[in-house]
Design a protein around this ligand. Sequence first.
Ligand code: SF4
Length: 396
Amino acid sequence: MEPSLQSGALILRNVSLYFHIPFCEKKCIYCDFYSIEDQSSQSRFVDAICAEVDLKIRAYPELYGANVETIFFGGGTPSLLTPEELGKIISQIKKYFVIADDYEFTLECNPGTVSFEKLLAYRALGVNRLSFGVQSFHEDELLWLSRIHTADEARLAVAYAREAGFDNVNIDLMFSLPNQTKEKLQYSIEQALSLGTEHISAYNLTVEEGTPLNRMVKLQQVHELSVDDASVLFEYAQTTLIGSGYFQYEISNYARSAELKCKHNLVYWDGYKEYVSFGPSAHEFFNGERSWNISSLDSYLDRVHSGKLPRNNSEHPNESERRTEVLFCGLRSTGVDRNQFLNNFGEELGLHSEIKPLIAEGLLKVDADVIKLTSKGYRFCDAIVIRLMTPELISL
Ligand code: SF4
């Protein structure tokens, strides 16, 4: 991708960009991300998200000329965008930002919405990583989840991606579906492995408030897997993926090599890095402030068209909240940097009284630089963060 700003421009800071595309052909029963099935305002939305970029640069002139390391189009279903629509948004990005030479640009795709020609056009526009929401290779599970694609369409989508020149592809899989056996999960993982993608995300199905799945559980039409059964499937997925040459760098994420980790998600999990976001319901962290946009597409369009940022709310986390965020983000992924933690919170985390017991329980690894979870520890991340949540005043 050619940056539109010249290399002589003053680069003020590194930043990552997130764009939320709020349309889906059909809502999946488990999904609580903001999206709607009515796509009639897609073209107005594309104009609005471009206008939001203008508004944000006006509100934060310090963003102008920032060095963009990663771009992520999520949703919703970004692969519903036509190449022309995507190109429009990219032109807007290039108008204001410098794109890093080694940028990562991920676009989430629903396998039921792609063609070879579309992926080829995305690649030509500078997208260099695709993330396919596959979830399962069993037709009955796909149907139950309300996915719009078949297993064969998922295989074909990955083949199209390869043909179109993508050498960095992710597949999302889901486990802990009601009644899911180890054998069923095994088949889906084997099918994913046979496609040889650079990255696999394996997520535990969670029942989110307000979703159709949540209602089904409340009406006892569906019974969630027990914690023990879900834990067996997590461990199975973890052992199989690691045994097949992937390495785990986050609770749910596995890459073939360190270079193939999702850089954009690492920005979120870094806990300190800044990201700026656009589109309904999008969250950002910039200038020490967390803020999020309104969710309703109609309100979003109205707000942007009347020249106002579509922000819903914002907060400045206090030091204690920041400490918990940094702990949670670091531990769930590549670890907490001890020096950075000391500099930010005045605390040598390695001396916390819970560290030694956690090491003895096989949940934590500590070296001179980083404190991180073991493979076993990833299963108990929340409980471990709780044990480390209270800061200890230790005289150094
Ligand atoms: S396609 Fe993705 S974003 Fe859309 S409803 Fe399904 S899970 Fe949610």
